[in-house]
Design a protein around this ligand. Structure first.
Ligand code: FDA
Length: 489
């Protein structure tokens, strides 16, 4: 059984099925295979509706304000696609549904620089990763880089060209990064010969056309084996050793308004936790505390980080417009990791109007790590992250943007995250850790204390990948599942 259908879960399902194993995937979110009343499966970023948020009655948009005015609005409570999960000091955004984060993310498929890898996964052989598993992951995900010639003239990447000009004038390297979007489709969107998708602002609440989410890649191949069953709208609540061997997995069947309509128990020989860094950590700390899996290691719950995410915008001069038409798919970044500890994605602001704003999501070298614990009285997992821990991220991002502002004679936008607030320091898109490789598990994701229980998602990665994380999550899953199939089956 595989709990969760994101990157780690999809790799596990495909490779196990190819090895002849029957796999049952359980996913708390919806299947996202049926169009809504507007004929589309996914809602647009600019017009959130019931499909957009996981069990909220009001949107919680990462970019909450514009010109200081709040953007959030009421929506019907529904098992929507984006979860803005709130912990004490941070809101953690995650995808919900068959495909996990691949449903909502920007598709930026970035392999870390090899010189940074030892800090990302210190116990893993870098030679194997860069020789075998990163290439395998990138091929499986369908990652490709924008056609550089087309990029130079496409209206929808004017914002990225402005970002490049400003980066270079301040002496920063500007790098194209691969994405899983179908670039030929995007060219046709720009040419007006295909239905607009990235160019219609479809990203945060799903993408109806060009993006190759896991549903189009790993999961499609997994289903084609005939050995993989996916059960959506079921949330796993417990895993415990079964009397006759294997594990009893308990799950709630959810209605689309989030109510539990039934509870089921199934038995599985082996269980893979692939519920994402937060989902896996929450489950494991609960199961250790309530005695269902009491032998789990004390490291379970520890080593959680936000990949150093921090957002900001810059106000450009009137002669530097970023374009009313912006592709929602980012394609480049400013790499100041070695000097300043920041890699800044040049991000779109697809509002449909000219904003004269440059927008960035920075990934920074933030040393802080938090821990998940189980609060039995409240019946929930808690995370001890503090908002003040974002200061090193802000400092790192400033090594890029203070310099650019000084060079360009520009200022930070103060209207995007509240009134007079420069930094989006309240959130992360990249939760990592909580069941760290080599600490809560062995060096291949086998949970310490139990045979036949594995972690195979972002929970294995100790808090930071130096770039956007899903390629590393996928490559590590490819490495671990190969070993597990060879030795444990
Ligand atoms: P993932 O979160 O993908 O999957 C876990 C699945 O388990 C989910 O579908 C969840 O619903 C399910 N689940 C959880 N608990 C469960 C339970 N108890 N029972 C059953 N199911 C359960 N990364 C990147 O590399 N490039 C990018 O451009 C971006 N952009 C980006 C934008 C936004 C808005 C977000 C939110 C995230 C990104 N990311 C990203 C991050 C990336 O999407 C993320 O790192 C991966 O999806 C994590 O993969 P996992 O396999 O760890 O879990």
């Amino acid at each position: 059984m595989v709990i969760g259908t994101g990157y780690g879960g999809s790799v596990a399902a495909l490779r196990l099925a190819e090895a002849g194993v029957d796999v049952h995937m359980v996913e708390m979110g919806m299947a996202w295979d049926t169009p809504g009343p507007d004929g589309k499966i996914f809602a647009n970023t600019t017009t959130p509706d019931a499909r957009s948020y996981w069990l909220r009655t009001r949107t919680k948009q990462p970019l909450s304000n514009f010109l200081g005015f709040p953007l959030d609005k009421d929506v019907p409570r529904h098992t929507g696609i984006l979860d803005a999960e709130e912990f004490g000091g941070i809101t953690v955004y995650q995808g919900r549904g068959v495909g996990g984060g691949s449903l909502v993310n920007g598709g930026m498929a970035v392999t870390p620089r090899r010189e940074n890898f030892a800090a990302v996964l210190p116990t893993v052989d870098a030679g194997e990763m860069y020789g075998t598993y990163y290439p395998r992951a990138n091929a499986g995900l369908g990652a490709a880089t924008v056609d550089p010639e087309w990029f130079e003239t496409a209206d929808c990447y004017q914002y990225a060209r402005v970002g490049r000009r400003h980066a270079r004038r301040s002496g920063f390297p500007f790098v194209f990064v691969p994405d899983v979007y179908d670039w030929d489709y995007m060219k046709r969107e720009q040419a007006g010969t295909a239905t607009r998708s990235a160019l219609a602002g479809e990203i945060l609440y799903g993408n109806n056309h060009g993006k190759k989410s896991l549903q189009q890649t790993y999961l499609a191949r997994a289903k084609a084996t005939g050995r993989v069953t996916i059960t959506p709208l079921h949330r796993v609540t417990s895993v415990a050793p079964a009397a006759g061997g294997g594990y009893t997995v308990t799950m709630d069947r959810l209605s689309t308004s989030g109510d539990t309509v039934a509870t089921k128990e199934l038995t599985a020989d082996k269980v893979f936790f692939a519920a994402g860094s937060v989902g896996t950590s929450k489950l494991l700390v609960k199961l250790r505390a309530n005695g269902a899996l009491s032998r789990l290691d004390g490291e379970v719950g520890a080593g959680w980080g936000d990949n150093g995410n921090v957002m900001c915008g810059r106000a450009n001069h009137l002669w530097d417009p970023t374009g009313a038409l912006q592709s929602a798919i980012p394609t480049a970044g400013i790499d100041n990791w070695a000097q300043g500890g920041a890699f800044a994605e040049v991000a779109p602001l697809p509002t449909g109007i000219e904003t004269y704003a440059s927008f960035y999501l920075s990934i920074t070298k933030n040393p802080h790590r938090a821990r998940f614990t189980w609060n039995a009285a409240a019946g929930r997992a808690e995370l001890n992250w503090r908002t003040a821990w974002k200061q090193p991220s802000i400092d790192a991002a400033k090594t890029i943007f203070d310099k650019i502002n000084a060079k360009e004679g520009t200022i930070y936008r103060t209207d995007l995250f509240g009134a007079y607030k420069i930094w989006g320091d309240h959130l992360t898109y990249h939760p990592l850790g909580g069941a760290v490789l080599g600490r809560a598990t062995d060096n291949y994701g086998r949970l310490k204390g139990y045979t036949g229980l594995y972690v195979i998602d972002g929970a294995l990665i100790p808090g930071n990948t130096s770039v956007n994380p899903f390629v590393t999550i996928t490559a590590l899953a490819e490495r671990n599942i190969e070993k597990i199939i060879d030795t444990d089956l």
